[in-house]
Write a protein that binds this ligand. Structure first.
Ligand code: VG1
Ligand code: CO
Length: 543
């Protein structure tokens, strides 16, 4: 029987940010908290009666409990069918794939991405629309507005639904169909990449390692890399998914993917190394003793796309988030295709892909993807690189260096200051804004400030405007510094500083990025008075 329960939760803080609603598990466990968010989603997304919802998550702590609530509420609210990954598992890109393939009304994805998991760590939920992509700002704002005045939610009072086996269960008027979390996604990958060529590469001397970081990509990588592509057992490391991600921080970067990084810089380093994050939408690419920046990776995928069966006809256009380096812009220019600069967050790529304006897109934060789904896609990026390597048969390092020769090198780095006092961080941003008029004309070493602004984006498809998306300090020589506050952290504020400069001269491509950018890094500290505001002098994470 469906019951209506009067809500008593504190609604505060349910604003879905860049990647949905992210809070500590304990916050989600408050009676009615998750229920209120879910009911608010169901209340504002339109008439879905009788249609299909997709549900799945990265398997983190509270995933299963949350799914039971979501399913019982979906039944009480009139969905006809829910497709749910076995054991409640679906990586973020696989959820996007399933939504699209089965033409679902939308989906609920449970993840806090790369944030640590466990009873004292993070949980998250977001709504994706029928295209398979994250809900656009209009929808997330409507969900938020609804959470502020919701007074009751509907739930079906039934026993928990078995999710361990493939099959269909009826609850009330609704069918719950448990699906294999990997099959549909693996089929999609097979339709894009040359699996035969990759299998051949992997059967020779070529050695690779994939670090699943004890998170959701473990089962995907084991099936696709080891079973379908014949990579030797053990290629996938940390491949067992755990609800606390093994106590780790499944963020595929040089700091947190320590085990893989040690291996790739060790004595018998494999030829290729890759890692993905908690929910499988991010990727890090390494060669033997060599790190590929995500911005370079996007540019290289764009430049080599025609080598891949799924993109032999070329790509329609590319897009990158504003703080991502302009490396891909140079490729777009040479290919004669459009390049769009969007705010941070995958949802801004959706309209461009739906309108066929772009095929590939990416972010500096280890996110790359294409219009095959509407999320960034970690394993897809890994397969893309493998397919390029299978065709070109040169090393990762050679591919990147040749790319720099042809297009020039964008030196790039991001400095994160995590867990900063939130008020201090806002004050620093306000101080920066107050200097927009004063900075132009000033010089820092040899570089002269040309302009400063707060990035604002007008969507070329629906004309919606998103402002306040990051402070840019642009220099006359084309280098730049960007200041942003993270929208995904759950403790205090995270200040992100992005630094970029362009080097055309191949003689100067061999520098360490921190060294090449040192004067800009210093300028960033002076311009923002970072230490005065935050008390910090060293970043928490450098990528
Ligand atoms: C970060 C990244 C951003 C990414 C977002 C979600 O956001 O910088 O590029 O889209 O995480 O990624 P922020 O606001 O903290 O800078 V994921 O893998 O959490 O879905
Ligand atoms: Co993620």
């Amino acid at each position: 029987m469906a019951v209506i329960i009067k809500s008593t939760t504190p609604f505060e803080g349910q604003r879905p940010g860049t990647s949905g609603l992210r809070k500590k598990v304990k916050v989600f466990q408050q009676p009615g908290y998750l229920e209120n968010f879910v009911q608010s989603v169901y209340d504002v997304i339109g008439d879905f009666s009788g249609s299909t919802l997709v549900v799945g998550g990265d398997g983190r702590y509270y995933n299963k409990e949350a799914i039971q609530i979501i399913l019982k509420m979906a039944a009480a609210n009139g969905f006809g069918r829910v497709l749910v990954g076995r054991d409640g598992i679906l990586s973020t890109p696989a959820a996007s794939c399933v939504i699209r393939k089965y033409e679902a009304y939308g989906g609920l994805i449970l993840s806090a991405s790369h944030n640590p998991a466990g009873p004292d760590e993070d949980f998250g939920i977001k709504y994706n629309i029928g295209s398979g992509g994250p809900a656009p700002e209009g929808v997330t704002e409507a969900i938020f507005a609804r959470t502020e005045n919701i007074s009751e939610y509907k739930i079906l009072e039934v026993d928990d639904i078995a999710l361990e086996k493939i099959g269909v269960t009826q609850i009330g008027e609704m069918q719950v169909e448990v699906i294999d979390p990997v099959t549909d996604y693996a089929e999609l990958m097979q339709s894009i990449f040359d699996f035969d060529a990759i299998r051949e590469l992997l059967s020779g001397d070529f050695r690779m390692a994939f670090d699943a970081m004890h998170a959701v990509t473990g089962p995907y990588a084991r099936v696709i890399l080891e079973e379908m592509l014949g990579a030797p057992d053990g290629t996938v490391i940390n491949g067992i998914a755990m609800d606390d991600f093994g106590g780790g921080h499944p963020d595929p970067n040089l700091t947190y993917a320590e085990e893989l990084v040690d291996m790739m810089y060790g004595e018998h380093a494999p030829d290729f190394g890759a890692a993905s994050d908690g929910d499988g939408d991010r990727n890090m690419i390494l060669g033997s003793h060599f790190f590929v920046t995500p911005s370079d990776s996007l540019a290289i995928l764009a430049a080599n796309a025609r080598l891949i069966p799924g993109y032999t006809d070329g790509i329609a256009g590319v897009a990158r988030s504003m703080p991502t380096s302009a490396a891909v812009d140079r490729v777009a220019e040479r290919l004669g295709i459009d390049c769009y600069e969007t705010p941070t967050g995958w949802k801004f790529f959706g309209n461009l892909m739906d309108a066929d304006k772009v095929t590939l897109c990416g972010e500096e934060s280890f996110g790359t993807g294409s219009s095959h789904v509407r999320e960034k896609d970690g394993p897809w990026a890994v397969l893309f690189w493998l397919n390029i390597l299978a065709v070109r048969r040169v090393s990762v390092e050679e591919i990147v260096k040749e790319h720099w020769m042809l297009y020039g090198r964008n030196y790039y780095s991001r400095h994160d200051y995590e867990g900063v006092d939130a008020v201090a961080a806002e004050e620093m941003m306000a101080y920066l804004r107050s200097r927009f008029e004063k900075l132009p004309g000033n010089n820092f070493g040899e570089r002269i400030v040309k302009a400063c602004d707060d990035f604002s984006y007008t969507d070329p498809v629906d004309q919606s405007v998103s402002s306040g998306q990051g402070i840019r300090v642009l220099f006359e020589d084309g280098s730049r510094i960007v200041f942003r506050l993270s929208g995904t952290g759950t403790e205090g504020a995270t200040v992100r500083i992005y630094i970029e400069s362009f080097e055309h001269d191949p003689e100067r491509h061999g520098m360490d990025a921190q060294e090449a950018l040192s004067d800009l890094i210093e300028a960033a500290a002076i311009i923002s008075r970072l230490q005065e505001f935050t008390g910090r002098s060293e970043p928490t994470v450098i990528t």
